[in-house]
Design a binder for this molecule. Structure first.
Ligand code: UDP
Ligand code: MG
Length: 315
């Protein structure tokens, strides 16, 4: 895959994914640009419009007119998902340090400076920890579970994998783009690549306007990506469980066979058998799904189809 890389000519690139954010964009504009001007560094803001179905594209075009000096807009042809969209924008960045944040003001733009400082001091990544997270409780539970699983089965050590307010040294971003593949989970890949990452508490606010763009399905997919892209442990656990269960089933069959010879045929056991059968079938299905998950990933990689297609670039 050929990658066009601009060289770093600016101090900072801010990358913001936008999906149906017509209402939050004006609010973000009000706070983002003053916060960035205050840093007194050369910067660009790259908005990547992830196939929004509302007026986001027009709102971005207007915003671009007001901030031509600083803003670039990447319009994707269709909705690719937050992380692939960010990867598409990463390929356009010109900053020495690259910062990602959400469009809905859940990540306070005023905290960008703190993270940039840490990267300038020598950390290759500075991540935000959402000290007091303002999200629905089921979201927090999902995150907590995904965090726990990731802790156990990968060697990535981080406190808050879900926060998108992060600053990266340029070489980390270049490596993310080169190695992310088609189903990336950016903070985890970044931590995997980093040599001295740091995480500090940052603010977290309620969504400024609109609703979360994450459906249960998108969230599940993202967490599957996180687990399967770093570890084949789920596959191994499944194989081991499968082997143990096959062993037990063999014993059961032998036992049933002997009973049949000694006690004679029994009809009452049918339901127990069914239960066991269902259990075994469900385990098999889980395993097939899991294998499918990995084969799916292999397929996506082998296919080498660019995951996101840029429709137009305002710059
Ligand atoms: N987003 C995106 N593509 C998507 C879903 C979300 O670019 O398919 C963007 C969205 O506009 C926002 C960020 O990703 O800037 C985080 O999305 P959201 O606020 O919906 O997620 P949450 O904060 O609930 O995790
Ligand atoms: Mg949000």
């Amino acid at each position: 895959m050929s990658m066009r890389y601009p060289i770093a000519t600016l101090a900072l690139s801010i990358v913001i994914p936008v999906y149906n954010e017509e209402k939050s964009l004006p609010l973000l504009e009000e706070r983002l640009f003053p916060a960035l001007d205050k840093l007194q560094k050369s910067y660009e803001v790259i908005f990547v419009n992830d196939g929004s179905k509302d007026r986001s594209q027009d709102v971005l075009a207007e915003l671009f007119e007001r901030h031509r000096k600083h803003v670039r807009v990447v319009n994707l042809r269709r909705n690719a998902g937050q992380h692939p969209a960010i990867i598409a924008a990463f390929q356009q960045t010109r900053g020495e340090i690259i910062v990602t944040l959400d469009c809905d003001l859940q990540n306070p733009p005023e905290d960008i400076g703190k993270l940039v400082d840490l990267v300038e001091k020598g950390h290759d990544i500075a991540g935000g920890i959402r000290a007091i997270r303002q999200d629905k409780s089921w979201r927090k539970t999902v995150s907590m579970l995904a965090n726990k699983i990731r802790e156990r089965i990968t060697n990535i050590r981080m406190i808050d994998q879900g926060s998108m307010l992060r600053a990266y040294r340029r070489y980390i971003v270049e490596q993310i783009v080169a190695t992310a593949g088609s189903s990336p989970y950016i903070p985890a890949i970044a931590h995997y690549l980093a040599s001295n990452p740091i995480e500090i508490p940052v603010g977290h606010e309620e969504r400024a306007a609109g609703v979360s763009q994450y459906t249960v399905y998108k969230l599940l997919r993202l967490n599957f990506d996180l687990i399967t892209s770093f570890s084949i442990v789920p596959l191994q656990i499944f194989t081991m469980v499968g082997m143990a269960l096959s062993g037990l089933s063999t014993l059961l069959v032998i036992y049933m066979g002997l009973r049949r010879l000694i006690v004679g045929p029994e009809v009452e056991g049918v339901f127990t058998l069914f239960a066991i059968l269902f259990l075994l079938i469900s385990v098999t299905m889980t395993g097939l799904g899991l294998i499918g998950e990995y084969i799916g990933r292999i397929y996506m990689e082998v296919r080498q189809r660019p995951p996101v297609v840029i429709k137009e670039l305002l710059e």
